[in-house]
Design a protein around this ligand. Sequence first.
Ligand code: ADP
Length: 271
Amino acid sequence: NNEVQLELRLMAYGSDQILLLARDISRIHRLEEMRRDFVANVSHELKTPLTVVRGYVEMIQTTEHALDPHWLQAFNTIESQVTRMDRLVEQLLILSRVEIQADVETNTPIAMPRLISQLVDDAQWLNQEKQHKITLELDESLGITGVDTEIKSACANLISNAIAYTQDSGNIQVCWRQDGNKGIFSVKDDGPGIRPEDINRLTERFYRVDKSRSRDTGGSGLGLAIVKHVLHHHNAELGISSKVGKGSEFVIYFEQSRLIDLSETQVQEGA
Ligand code: ADP
């Protein structure tokens, strides 16, 4: 549309002069919208060819004919790279969805204890070989209102990061509770920690502290960007505290207006 969006700045100089600056930001907004649409479309279009490639690789891997070990290794590498690309495309799609859906209603009741324990179970099952000790502390009656797919994605990202970046047999504490008037979801690990200069940049798209390490863990650098957008959409905040060599803690603070008592609210299965 042809609406013009203006950014206004009012500045006072001394006690008798005022300066009003008006900047036309319509073009910036339109470009930003085009960028989002472009990323969403490209990600969507990449899904099909990736699925086809994966299908053929799996077919070859499971062929009845004996494969030369070199070929087998090549196909295993193709498979793991396709899995990485798949994950990246999936993350890009989620990110563009949460960026675009900023005005979707966020009022569905969510049973947080059930959602969180399911995420922890899944993560533990997928990472059995790492033998992390995950402790879970949940306020069983505390829920929130929000978009369940988005909240699930934000919580899952924090849990999977703690698992990915903490050394084998490390300790991870996942907690959901009310503190004063806030609902608090926290994930604490005794992993490598993050330097103060990196902490402020973690939620930027594609920002990874140690690129080679992150590549090993299958990371894309999009996880915390997704978390940031989801939280913005839910007027929630992210706190990160970390000490190099000691560990990190990621905390989501939900406003009181989002909190619900699950013993009094009917929540649909899956939400
Ligand atoms: P990625 O897909 O690379 O994990 P994220 O946006 O989720 O992307 O995280 C950005 C970077 O923050 C990671 O690459 C990693 O370097 C760092 N990071 C995130 N969580 C932790 C953690 N629990 N401990 C140490 N470093 C972390």
